[in-house]
Design a protein around this ligand. Sequence first.
Ligand code: FES
Ligand code: FES
Length: 177
Amino acid sequence: MVRAVQRSLVISAPITGPDLIPITLKINGQSFQLQVEPRRSLLDVIRLDLGLTGAKRVCNLGECGACTILANGKPIYACLALAIECQDKEILTIEGLAVDGQLDPIQDAFIRYDAVQCGYCTPGQVLAAKALFASNPRPSDEEIDRAMSGNLCRCGTYSHIRDALRGLRENPSGGKR
Ligand code: FES
Ligand code: FES
């Protein structure tokens, strides 16, 4: 059995608030200056304040992975991170993945292998896979399963997601099955 990956940050923010405080977040290569309540999650800030709604709020408890984003290249659950503790991190959301209109190879593989049904879990799945392939371009089947174990799909698209990632491993430049 594959154990679910751990995706929470170690809380290191000083005690502050409850009033709004100024923070700066680096998201998708852009710097954002915001006033936030210290208690607010990174997920709520990126979705509600910045309008980046790719990361989804489903369980809000660190259980489903729908809110997965990358912080310094590592997947984290944005619902479990405070926005104020992410100021020193480079945040990547699904909105920042395509470059100059060109889909990332992970996104392309999800399309080619029909690994999307309702699409609600897909941004988180794609970013979890992005982190995996960035650190390990030829992951084993078990490494793929482990890296993706923190992302649930209520539509049950698991076999297609697995096929997409195995296909990408075998043929990073694309090609149909
Ligand atoms: S919404 Fe964050 S893990 Fe489910
Ligand atoms: S595609 Fe619907 S929840 Fe995964």
